[in-house]
Structures are given as C-alpha cells and as structure tokens.
Design a protein around this ligand. Structure first.
Ligand SMILES: Nc1ncnc2c1ncn2[C@@H]1O[C@H](COP(=O)(O)OP(=O)(O)O)[C@@H](O)[C@H]1O
Ligand SMILES: [Mg+2]
Length: 467
C-alpha cells in the first residue's frame, strides 16, 4: 500500500456541515470542506441517511451528488463525512458472482466472504515498471486471434452501433478466452439487457470464471461512474495475484455520459456534445490502470457506441487516441448474417507485430490485401463487369472469398482455439500466394511482382520465427 493511501485512512472523519440548497440532482452543503471523491451522508427527518459523493465546490459550498434519490432532503439537514478514501472488499470468492458498484452481491445468493481490501481508485502502475507486451492472449474469437491478435495487457476498443453483436461477442470471449479470470463491467444498460447478457450470452459456463459488476441506467450517475472503477479494481486485484485477466467494459460511452451528468451538475463548462473536461481527463486515467504489470496482466476491451458511423462522436475519438487498437463491428456485415461482424479492414491491433511470429503477421497481411482488393472492385464484381484475368490479386480474392469468410465467421457456440486459428490462417494465406503467383505467371509478360499491389517488404519468403 502506498503512503498516501495509508494517510487517507487516518484522516479525521469528524466533519459536519449542513444542506443549504439543492440544485437539480445535487445538494450544496455549507461549512463542509470534505475533499472531492469523499463519501458523506445527509441526515433526513424521514428514512435512513442518504449517501452522497463530493463532486466539487462552488461559492463556498460543497456539492454533493447522492447515491440514491434526493427526496426528503431539506435545508438545514446535517451532512457528515463518512470517509475520504473508498475501499472495496475483494477475494477469490467473487468468481461466478454478480455484484453492484459498491461490491455487494446482487445475484440473490449470500454475500461472499471477502478477506482482502483494495482502493477503488488506484494510481496506474509507473510506466517504467511495466514489462513490454510480448505474448498473445487467445480471445477465443477466430477473426481476432488470426487477423487482429491482441497481446496480454493490451487495451482495445470494440466500436459499433447498437444491435450489431457486441454483447454476444463479449459473452463468447468470456466463455472461450484463455485468460485466467474475466471481469465484466456492465455500465448504463437497462436491467433487462443485463439479465439477458448474464443468462443468455454469458451463461453458467462463462460466469464460472467471471466477476460481473453491474450499474444499470436507472442508477445515479456517480454509481455508474463508480462501477467502472469497481470493475477495474477487481481486475487489479486478480492481476496482482499473478493472473492474466480479461476486462470487458460495456460500455465506456455510457460511463462517459454518466460523468458528463456529474460534470454538468458540478458546473463544468460543456464542450463537444455537452461532454465536460473531466470526462476526457477520466477516460485515460481509467484505461491506464489496466495493462501489463510485473506480475500478471489486464487485457481490456471497452465497447464504444458509435451511432450511424458518426466520425465526430467525441468519446469514440478520444478512445481511439488512448487505446492500442480498435475492432470495428459493421452493421452491413451483420445485416448479411456475417457474425461476428468484425470489419477487418477498418480494425487494427497495434501490438499484433509484437506478439505473433513474422509468418503469422505476413499471412494476415496477405488476407487483408485480398479483402481490400475485393472491396475496391466490389461494385464492378457485383454487376458482373469485372473481367477475370485483369488483376491476379482480385482474381484470387474472388476465388477465395468463401474460404476467407469461413475463417472470419464463427457461430455463437463455436469455440476457437488460438493455434487452430493461426494454422487456418497460414494455410489460407499459402494457398492465396500460390494462386496469385500462378495467375501472375499464367498472365505472361505482366508487370513485375512488386508492382502488383503487395508491398515489396511482404514479398520476401517467410522467415522462420525467431521466438
Ligand atoms: N455470433 C452471432 N451469431 C448469430 N447471430 C448473432 C451473433 N452476434 C449477434 N447476433 C445477432 O445480433 C443481435 C444483436 O446482438 P447483441 O450482441 O445483443 O448486440 P449489441 O450488444 O451490439 O446491441 C442478436 O440478438 C443476434 O440475433
Ligand atoms: Mg448489448
């Protein structure tokens, strides 16, 4: 534990103030100099004390954002500081359980016996103490493992509109990944969606290795924001035990919307789409807590809602800058029944070159080239105006189209094993290269190989992997 964390524990908590007024969702208290992030309780004439979080200050007053409805709060009500540092009880018993943002079980089973304690808001590990990411994490999704391999400790975004298959994809990852522990943060969804996800997409098999943290859309904004910290803190706990953790956060957009509510209530100036500066400060802080540590790793996937391909969506834009890769789910693929609807050409795993052998990387490049060649000529091909023989790469792309789709598609109940995905990719890329070379020589007198679309560097024969 760090010294400042210890210090926070011994700060005096005998601090009292009184409610002066309420503004929208917040209460303002006088003579109450508690720090931002502190937890206070407001005593009402009716009902139990109301818990609230300090979110800022204005005109000598301390702004409090309640963790439940403000009803019954009156001017003059007493406010008491409960604690400045927030802690979460954790332990291995959390596996298989569904908890809320405060760490309480909400799955109808008895509260788990938890022996350890961690802070909600931990500082990210020092950059220099972080080992390089050098090994792949098998996600259990063939399209990702083969074409967008992600490393242990990598942070990626899953970008898509609503109803394109995010929840099902996350559920498949939880069931099929090789990670030791899966931590799933469900933030800002409706209660029914949460129930569907846990019972249908995750199922008992996925739940067994998982901890699910839920804050639904009807919970107060501070609770929804806190749920993201809770999920990250649970992931940190398992990482510190040396586990390779997979953290799935659905969705980071709803987290940002909740922080926007708090920021506006605290009087922050709205910027793009009403998002306040604190939103953009908080996103990297949250994401930086994941990654690889000297012991263990947290590989994180954050889902980002992008409606109608809107490129000006500020949260999607900010996340793209923070993450080490993005996976784009395409509505047009989904509408053709191509699941998971991963649009490989629009997606990128920046750490893939570090975690797979050169042969794997080269094979993925080959398949990308074929996908790109097909996409560029798609209009001509679909109306029958493309003349076969005019371009060996396009010809190969047309002939192998079904095989490529077979590699990228995966049924909901179909488990993909990393080594098999890799093998299928290598075989397919070899066939593609042979086919393309054959077409080039059959074409006779055609252009030199380097001029036919592939970059010269990729034309080298595959070197054996050094690793
Ligand atoms: N791998 C898949 N195989 C078959 N159908 C799928 C698959 N993934 C998604 N779907 C279809 O898409 C619908 C929406 O998926 P869902 O994961 O709930 O979307 P989102 O979470 O993005 O809103 C599902 O109800 C299902 O019909
Ligand atoms: Mg969903």
């Amino acid at each position: 534990m760090q010294e400042n964390e210890l210090l926070e524990q011994i700060l005096p908590t005998a601090l009292y103030g009184s409610v002066v007024r309420t503004v929208g969702m917040t209460a303002a208290a006088a003579d109450f100099p508690a720090p931002v992030g502190a937890l206070a309780e407001i005593h009402r004439e009716t009902g139990p004390p109301l818990l609230a979080e300090v979110i800022g200050f204005r005109d000598q007053l301390t702004l409090l954002y309640p963790l439940s409805r403000l009803s019954g709060v009156r001017r003059g009500n007493q406010v008491r500081l409960v604690r400045t540092a927030r802690w979460l009880r954790v332990g291995r018993e959390l596996l298989g359980r569904v908890i809320n943002a405060h760490g309480e079980a909400i799955d109808g089973k008895p509260q788990p016996m938890l022996t350890d304690r961690v802070p909600f808001d931990r500082k990210p590990p020092e950059p220099c103490s972080r080992p390089r990411i050098d090994a792949p994490l098998a996600t259990g999704i063939r399209a990702i493992d083969a074409m967008l391999t992600c490393g242990r400790g990598q942070r990626l975004g899953i970008f898509s509109g609503a109803g394109v298959g995010k929840s099902i994809l996350l559920g498949m990852m939880a069931r099929f990944t090789a990670a030791d522990v899966i931590v799933i943060g469900l933030i800002g969804e409706r209660g029914r969606e949460v129930k569907d996800f846990i019972e249908r997409d995750l199922g008992p098999q996925g739940l067994a290795k998982s901890v699910v943290i839920v804050a639904t859309s009807n919970e107060p904004a501070v609770v929804r924001v806190q749920a993201a910290s809770t999920a990250t803190a649970v992931a940190e706990y398992f990482r510190d035990q040396g586990a390779d953790v997979l953290l799935l956060m659905d969705s980071i957009t709803r987290f940002a919307m909740a922080q926007r509510e708090i920021g506006l209530a605290a009087g922050e100036p709205p910027t793009t789409r009403g998002y306040t500066p604190s939103v953009f400060a908080l996103l990297p802080r949250l994401v930086e807590r994941t990654g690889r540590a000297p012991e263990g790793s947290i590989t994180a996937f954050y889902s980002v809602l992008v409606e109608a391909d809107d490129p000006t969506e500020p949260i999607a834009d900010a996340m793209r800058g923070i993450l080490d890769g993005h996976i784009w789910l395409s509505r047009s693929l989904a509408s053709r029944g191509h699941y998971p609807a991963v649009d490989v050409l629009e997606s990128l795993s920046r750490l893939m070159p570090e975690v797979v052998p050169p042969r794997h990387l080269k094979a993925a490049h080959t398949i990308r080239e074929l996908l790109a060649a097909y996409r560029d000529q798609e209009d001509l091909i679909s109306i029958g105006a493309y003349r076969r023989g005019s371009n060996p790469t396009v010809d190969t792309a047309i002939e192998l189209r079904e095989d490529i789709h077979r590699l990228l598609r995966q049924g909901m109940e179909e488990r993909s094993v990393f080594e098999e995905a890799q093998k299928s990719l290598l075989e397919l890329a070899d066939r593609a290269e042979q086919m393309r070379q054959g077409k080039k020589s059959a074409g006779g007198g055609g252009p030199a190989p380097a001029a036919s679309g592939g970059r010269p560097a990729q034309q080298r024969p595959a070197a054996p992997s050094p690793s």
